[in-house]
Write a protein that binds this ligand. Structure first.
Ligand code: BES
Ligand code: ZN
Length: 655
């Protein structure tokens, strides 16, 4: 089915005719039973954009619709459900009250009662919900649930116009069995109250309110055995009891990240910034749910070395959450601006050398992606065209992040030449206040630039928007950044790779000894620099780039010098495993299996399964491990890994 609107190809809603003005979501969540109970309701205030609108079509997936009524008088409204309208899910078509259809009253509030009962599996609100049994949680005492709605999974939690182009304030009441605690992407209202429910008492209701309008994908909640710790008057961290100490330590700097972000981007409008450390199956590094960022426990490195992910999610408070891309085609406006702000925050706090490392790593990742899918692949463009019901999850890549970031860097250099970031920061503040609470496209950015830089018309006219936004391939150009820390890392990486290349055994031994001695000095390097070092070894020894893997004896020496196989920083660990597995360094196999089965962050598990499958193709080791552990993964992650295996075997079959 083709979308019924000209605004967002990823939604079946009639967005040209109707917009959501408000949502009130009342959910009774049976966490142990993995379902939303049949007294759950979504109350939507809908507004007619044009006269004569007879029906509102909402997106749904795996929802069992029980009843639709008019909130004004409780009268039932006719509705039709198409459970699967196409690859993007199904539709709920509600016949609107006569006054609305007649154009006499442009607003109507409809109450949809629904459940996810009996639908099970991925359908049972499973698209967005990660349900964990008690045994899958840290204490083993209570089940847990969390949602992940970006990009188009909100429709599996509540019927909605599941598009970033429509934003609305929302309230939610979440009823869970005591002693589970519920949290949401909104501000808590009052204290939880005990209520009755199926099985009598033992239920407790939590209320939340989000006054800033948000798109459906930012409506989020979690429930489980949760405790919290205050980090500052407006910041708090939530986690399961066993990890709260570690989380409070790891994220202690959050207030300073947030106030640094405000200096760059302008006032923080969401009142609170809390963090929720999720169980290990959370499929992303972080998700910018308003007022409550969700993060993976893989950030708990014990040394605060991964806070750039928190800087990134904080940055979304402006780019993405306050100013939102109007469709998934314009997703780069969320992520590209966010990476830009993230690196500005890191630069302010830790210097341009550290920020430069991420820029370089990002360019490498982008280059790898472009060569893996091919220079002409549509998804390498900054504004990918999502045709034929494409699931935005399938088009997801590093492109909106890094191509987007590099485009902004290019614009900054053209418009505000010189080393001072302040003048372009001032433009960012203008952009965020001008488009606050709205959903926009690249054209809006273009207009804002023209208005903010009236004296730069000629410069702006020379910007190749077509090449940056629409054309596939690599970066049209790059701006140079601070590479001092990078060069140091690369020099050492080159020395290690040279040890393998030396034909003369004495020369090799000497080179190895020199490199090993230098490597002991790594202890003082920031994690990002260790990453640059390992990343460069990986690049120099990659067979697809014509390199030769390191000899496993060299990897062993490297491990002795740098203790990489014991490193628990997840970013370092991922890059180390790439180098060590390619060299068939045995201790790395156990490390890889443990890493694959102890967390479910897609950034790590997807490439690692692929790598294991290609380094050890015969025995089906990777596939067997996946089958054994897939139950512990979020359904989105399981779906993507499944797809990777299929792609990989298709490539294998051709080759
Ligand atoms: N908003 C994204 C996560 C996302 C994007 C979820 C698209 C679903 C669809 C989040 O802000 C993000 O980018 N997370 C990154 C971390 C970041 C530091 C690059 C991640 O999860 O790795
Ligand atoms: Zn992001």
């Amino acid at each position: 089915m083709a979308p019924a609107n000209a605004i967002d190809a990823s939604s079946y809603a009639n967005l040209d005719e109707v917009v959501t003005k408000r949502l009130s979501l009342a959910l009774r969540i049976d966490v142990a039973g993995r379902r939303l109970c049949d007294d759950s309701t979504a109350t939507l205030t809908l507004f007619a954009r044009v006269a004569g609108v007879a029906a509102a079509t909402l997106d749904i997936r795996g929802l069992d619709i029980l009843e639709v009524t008019d909130a004004a008088d409780g009268a039932p409204l006719d509705y039709a459900v198409v459970p699967v309208a196409g690859k993007l899910g199904g539709t709920l078509r509600i016949a609107m009250p006569p006054k609305f259809a007649a154009g006499a009253d442009a607003t109507a509030t409809v109450v949809v009662r629904y459940t996810t009962d009996g639908l099970g599996g991925e359908g049972g609100a499973g698209g967005a919900c990660g349900w964990l049994t008690a045994a899958q949680t840290a204490s083993g005492a209570h089940p847990f649930v969390f949602t992940q709605s970006e990009a188009i999974h909100a429709r599996s939690i509540f019927p909605c116009q599941d598009t970033p182009s429509v934003k609305f304030p929302y309230t939610t009441s979440l009823t869970v069995r005591s002693p589970l605690v519920a949290v949401a992407s909104a501000l808590a209202v009052g204290d939880p109250v005990s209520v009755s429910g199926p099985g009598g008492g033992g239920w407790v209701r939590y209320l939340f309110e989000q006054v800033v309008p948000v798109p459906a994908y930012l409506v989020a909640f979690a429930a489980g055995e949760l405790v919290s710790r205050d980090l500052s008057p407006r910041c708090r961290v939530w986690a399961q009891p066993s990890s709260i100490e570690a989380a409070a330590y790891e994220f202690a700097e959050v207030e300073s990240l947030l106030s640094t972000a405000e200096k760059i981007a302008g006032p923080y409008v969401w009142s609170r910034y809390d963090l929720l450390t999720l169980p290990a199956s959370f499929p992303y590094g972080g998700m910018e749910n308003p007022c409550l960022t969700f993060v993976t426990p893989t950030l708990l490195a014990g040394d605060r070395s991964l806070v750039s992910v928190v800087a990134h999610e904080i940055a979304h408070s402006w780019s993405g959450n306050l100013v939102t891309s109007a469709s998934w085609t314009h997703f780069w406006l969320n992520e590209g601006f966010t990476v830009f702000l993230e690196r500005r925050i890191i630069e302010s706090l830790h210097g341009s050398g550290v920020a430069g490392l991420s820029t370089y790593a990002g360019r490498q990742a982008l280059g790898d992606y472009v060569s893996s899918v091919g220079e002409s692949h549509a998804y390498t463009a900054l504004e990918p065209v999502l045709v034929d019901d494409t699931d935005p999850d399938d088009a997801f890549s590093v492109v909106p992040y890094e191509r987007g970031y590099n485009f902004l860097l290019h614009l900054r250099q053209l418009l505000t030449p010189g080393d001072d970031p302040a003048p372009f920061d001032a433009f960012l503040r203008y952009y965020f206040s001008r488009f606050a609470r709205r959903s926009i496209t690249s054209d809006d950015l273009r207009q804002a630039l023209a208005q903010y830089f009236p004296d730069s018309a000629a410069t702006l006219a020379a910007v190749d928007w077509q090449a940056w936004l629409k054309a596939p391939g690599g970066l049209p150009s790059t701006v140079s950044v601070d590479e001092s820390l990078l060069h140091q890392a690369h020099a050492l990486a080159t020395a290690w790779v040279a040890t393998t290349k030396s034909v003369d055994r004495v020369a090799a031994a000497t080179a190895a000894a020199v490199a090993a001695a230098a490597t002991e000095g790594l202890a003082g390097w920031p994690a990002a620099q260790l990453c640059a070092f390992l990343q460069h070894i990986g690049a120099l020894t990659s067979t697809t780039r014509g390199g030769t893997p390191l000899d496993s004896s060299v990897v062993s020496a490297l491990d002795t010098a740098g203790h990489f196989n014991d490193c628990r920083n997840s970013e370092v660990r991922a890059l180390w495993l790439r180098v060590a597995l390619a060299a068939h360094y045995d201790p790395a196999v156990a490390n890889a299996k443990l890493f694959l089965t102890s967390q479910g962050r897609m950034k790590f598990v997807r490439p690692l399964y692929r790598l294991l499958a290609s380094v050890y193709p015969g025995g089906g080791m990777a596939r067997a491990l996946f089958e054994e552990h897939r139950d512990r993964l979020h359904s989105i992650a399981a779906k993507m890994i499944e797809k990777d295996f299929a792609d990989q075997s298709a490539v294998g079959a051709v080759a």
